[in-house]
Design a binder for this molecule. Structure first.
Ligand code: F6P
Length: 533
């Protein structure tokens, strides 16, 4: 794949956006925008498969979007998107195609279809045999993996709790810290436990260390038939065999780790929700793929979100974005998105390796609502930084506590409303503040109780958190990250930044045993000595 048509900061649209920001963007006020345009909600909300996106509470007007769309076209985002779907090696630094979309394409519809559907069919058939608990005897599944070999299944299984097999418990071990695996194993019986060793490379230190620990525990606790109780999901079938695993579900180097949920790495999800629901998850993602591939950018929701991300990062200078899923099942979504977005777009050089003069990935973070409201939302409302917030609301719950759900939704709406509307000092003065100190005068109290407002948010609405809807939601985020990465002219599909720490850890490992601090910086040497004393 060739470089984008132009790097974003060298385009006419970038200059136009800079001028637009100075003239209208810096002082843009959401409250005025809604007052000026009674149709603003309709004008800035969009439909995509399985979800509705309200972008109207963002700091954009018609001209902003027009310039951003010009930017996308000048940067060749559509051509790069098409190249990705076609299997061009757009991951240039590793010389690889980027084809997670092929994993959810219907049979015969995408690249490598026979390979993809061959593994999928085999994996789903296997999952059904395990789910037959009377025959398999399996009651606990432990996924051992890290990063992309952990975060996807770990996020999806609780999200789809209503669809999960009632007689199997799912556990996720990722950290090389033994405090992760120890409490899991303490509660398990080898005879009823299935370990899934998930690693694209089958060389990752944490995963291999935990896999060896699990096997040692299995044998020590009298486990028999390792072949039945250990399976692998990996591109490195040979290494899995060397470990002694005979049941392996493979995938390919054109599946990036953080995009691998849809591959054999999704095995724990298939074990949890079964073959039909797993296929529905894939179908939802595929529907979003078609939306991203076929919808004009003007109504293309992932593309619009990626464009607004660039507007916020590079023109408003916002360094972070908070994700607030108002669904407890999505409690791990922020962690999943951290890898997806920050490992993809946390890059400082363009495709040619030249240092970038502009910011790339924001910090992505969050917690489910309403919990976050009682923790960090104070800062979102009254802190010195503006942090765009993304609310995710689900209309229909999968539980029967209707009152709770209504309260949840009211809170979700109230937060985006409060962020936008704020509260003036004059308004605060008219209100009673029974808990305020009587030692302070009313004006001072009112200033503390003032909210600046005009704080942007996006709200994504899902009808119900079904496998299909979740698949669409995750694919939406993948394509949004693709869009902002393509605009920034970076390689969103490598992760060289994780290498240095890995290499240094390998150097330090024997030093922790030997105490040798030769050649170390004084701080690391001092800490190492203290850890050994
Ligand atoms: O953290 C770096 C990384 O390579 C991620 O990109 C990847 O998801 C994770 O490690 C796990 O790698 P593997 O699946 O090969 O064990």
């Amino acid at each position: 794949m060739s470089a984008p048509a132009a790097r974003c900061d060298r385009t006419e649209a970038w200059a136009a956006l800079r001028g637009h920001y100075e003239a209208h963007g810096r002082d843009f006020d959401l409250r005025d925008a809604f007052a000026r345009d009674p149709q603003r909600f309709a004008h800035f909300s969009f439909e995509a498969p399985e979800l509705f996106a309200d972008l109207s509470k963002n700091l954009v007007d018609v001209a902003t979007l027009r310039f951003l769309l010009d930017l996308a076209r000048e940067c060749g985002v559509e051509a790069r998107r098409d190249a990705m779907f076609a299997g061009a090696p757009i991951n240039t630094t590793e010389g690889r195609a980027v084809l997670h979309t092929a994993l959810r394409a219907p049979r015969g519809a995408g690249p490598f279809s026979d390979d993809v559907h061959g593994v999928l069919d085999t994996m789903l058939a296997y999952a059904e045999t395990v789910r037959d608990t009377a025959a398999s005897g399996i009651r606990d599944v432990v996924n051992i993996g890290i990063g992309g070999s952990d975060l996807g299944p770990q996020m999806v299984v609780p999200a789809l709790d209503a669809f999960v097999h009632p007689k199997i418990d799912f556990h996720f071990v990722s950290n090389v810290d033994g405090h992760d695996i120890a409490p899991v194993l303490r509660r398990l019986d080898p005879a009823t436990t299935l370990f899934v060793i998930a690693s694209k490379t089958f060389t990752t230190q944490e995963t291999m260390a935990n896999a060896h620990a699990a096997r040692a525990w299995f044998v020590a606790r009298g486990g028999t038939d390792t072949a039945k109780h250990f399976v692998a999901t990996t591109t490195n079938v040979k290494a899995a065999a060397e470990f002694g695993i005979t049941t392996t579900f493979g995938f390919w180097d054109w599946v990036g780790g953080r995009y691998s949920l849809w591959s054999a790495i999704g095995l724990p999800v298939a074990l949890a929700i079964g073959a039909d629901h797993f296929r529905a998850l894939l179908a939802g993602a595929h529907a979003m793929d078609r939306h991203f591939a076929d919808t004009p950018l003007e109504k293309n929701v992932p593309a619009l979100l990626g464009l607004i991300d660039v507007w916020y990062r590079n023109f408003h200078g916002f360094g972070s974005r908070s994700v607030a899923p108002y669904h407890q099942g999505l409690k791990r979504l922020p962690a999943y998105l951290q890898q997806l977005e920050m490992e993809s777009n946390g890059k400082r050089v363009d495709l040619d390796g030249a240092a970038l003069p502009y910011g790339t990935s924001p910090v992505v973070w969050g917690e489910p609502g309403t919990n976050g409201q009682h923790a960090y939302f104070q800062m979102l409302h009254q802190g010195t930084d503006t942090i765009p917030v993304e609310f995710i609301a689900v209309k229909q719950p999968t539980h029967s506590f209707g009152d709770l759900h209504t309260k949840l939704l009211a809170n979700c709406l109230a937060q985006s409303q409060a962020l936008m509307l704020g509260k003036t000092t004059a308004q605060a003065l008219t209100e009673r503040a029974p808990t305020a100190s009587r030692a302070l005068d009313a004006d001072t109290v009112a200033r503390h109780r003032t909210f600046p407002g005009n704080r942007p948010s996006t709200t994504l609405l899902l009808e119900q958190l079904t496998p299909r809807a979740l698949g669409a939601l995750i694919a939406l985020y993948e394509h949004r990250v693709f869009t902002s990465g393509a605009l920034w002219g970076i390689n969103s599909f490598d992760q060289w930044g994780v290498e240095l720490g890995k290499a240094l850890a390998n150097d330090l490992l024997p030093r922790l045993a030997s105490g040798d601090t030769t050649g170390l910086d004084a701080s690391t040497a001092g800490l190492l000595a203290r850890l050994r004393s």
